[in-house]
Design a protein around this ligand. Structure first.
Ligand code: AMP
Ligand code: MG
Length: 403
């Protein structure tokens, strides 16, 4: 049995990016940019008004410093998308809309709310400084400048920025494809009525949801019964079709747990078969031909915990993310928590923010065979190895789940 840190180190070492592809801009969301982006244009391409108002010469308002008013002649109107060809002279104003080019000769824009309009005259009583409400040409970026660096995660902001630069396609790191396999003779379809000795196959659905949540393409290869040859066939199919293969169940010490056996037979490198984590101890990780194999335990709570803890960072690493782990925070125990001493315990709790501090409250049974407690939880707290109690008021590491 290895520690979580050791398991994560091994997974990190084995997970590699799998190449790049050029995609439509909107398909690049949450992907990692695989090229440096330079601006082909200067933005904004002209001095632009930041307000609806009047383009003026700021010196015309100098007399307002002594409490005087000034009356300017409004000689034109310029709307967004249009431009004024002439030049603004002293004692003149041009009505201007937000986003419109500031006319030649003008060096300030006064907001519409600050003036009095009177026919073709505008009366100003405020002194306006030079460049007020003018967004200068090239203020955002100049032609030839680096706009976005390779390695950046593309968020909605970057999608918008790239669109403004005229990029309709970008080169990104490819996402890995995942194949899901669910094992167990006891599994029924979720639409079936329960029969003696059988349960519904919830893990396949948990795994599909976890993949969706991790924004990764997946195929589910369905259920395979506890038969070594059948399992081998499915795993080989998964390895052919995907970059990451995930199985649920069949990794414990039972007579019909064949995952490890099959991995040996197909010549995979088995990196570990047991991690000091609760829930999720019998998690298996293997590699074969640059592909990753995760044998997750069958217990419904273990499957979700080990996916989040081990598979998710691997997916992120393969997508080219630099930060692959969920951020933890300090949480104060709202009550006592007890558990067994040996492994590191992930305790599903309700985390509440009270006065800027997070408190964790117990939700009952942490049995890894069911999801009832987890469905009430919004977070976890972590009880270290060698510790069997967290006392009310103690500060521990924790985090929200699925946020
Ligand atoms: P295993 O890891 O195969 O020994 O399974 C451990 C426990 O998880 C057993 O109680 C199984 O019945 C249960 N289990 C295994 N696979 C699933 C599944 N796909 N959906 C729900 N429960 C499962
Ligand atoms: Mg099983």
């Amino acid at each position: 049995m290895i520690t979580i840190e050791e398991a994560l180190r091994i997974i990190d070492e084995e997970g590699k990016v799998i190449g790049t592809e050029r995609v439509e801009l909107t398909d690049a969301l949450n992907k990692v940019l695989a090229e440096d982006i330079y601006s082909k244009d200067t933005l904004p391409p002209f001095n632009k008004s930041a307000m609806d108002g009047y383009a003026i010469k700021f010196r015309d308002t100098e007399c307002c410093q002594c409490g005087n008013e000034i009356e300017l002649y409004v000689k034109a109107l310029v709307r967004a998308g249009d431009y004024y060809e002439g030049t603004l002279n002293s004692k003149e104003a041009i009505k201007i809309m937000t986003g419109a080019p500031v006319p030649n000769g003008s060096d300030a824009v006064i907001q519409i709310e600050k003036v009095k309009e009177n026919g073709n005259k505008v009366i100003i009583s405020d002194y306006i400084k030079e460049n007020t409400n003018i967004i200068k040409m090239g203020e955002e970026i100049k032609s030839g400048e680096l706009a976005l660096e390779k390695g950046k995660i593309i968020r909605p902001t970057e999608i918008g920025f790239l669109a403004s630069l005229g990029y309709s396609k970008v080169v990104i790191q490819k996402s890995p494809k995942v194949a899901l396999i669910t094992t167990g003779d006891e599994l029924l379809d979720i639409t079936a009525s329960l029969e003696k000795g059988k349960i519904r196959n919830s893990n396949e659905y948990s795994l599909m949801a976890l993949c969706k949540n991790s924004q990764v393409d997946f195929i589910s290869l369905g259920v395979v019964c506890d038969d070594k040859e059948a399992l081998k066939k499915k795993i080989l199919k998964g390895l052919k079709e995907a970059d990451i293969v995930i199985t649920s169940g069949g990794v414990s010490a039972g007579d019909f747990d064949f995952v490890e056996n099959v991995l040996e037979e197909i010549g995979a490198k088995i990196n570990f078969t047991s991690v000091a984590i609760k829930p999720g101890k019998p998690v298996t990780f293997a590699t074969i031909d640059n592909k990753l194999f995760f044998g997750l335990p069958g217990n419904p709570l273990s499957v979700i915990t080990t996916f989040e803890e081990f598979v998710k960072p691997a997916i992120k690493k393969m997508k080219g993310y630099k930060e692959v782990y969920e951020e933890k925070m300090l949480v104060t125990a709202g009550n006592d928590f007890k558990a067994k001493k040996d492994r590191r315990k992930f305790i599903y709790v309700n985390i509440i923010n009270k006065g800027g501090k997070y408190y964790a409250y117990d939700l009952g049974s942490q049995c890894s065979n069911h999801l009832m407690t987890m469905s009430k939880a919004n977070g976890i707290i972590i009880m270290p190895e060698g510790v069997n109690k967290i006392t009310k008021g103690e500060v521990v590491n924790g985090r929200f789940i699925f946020k």
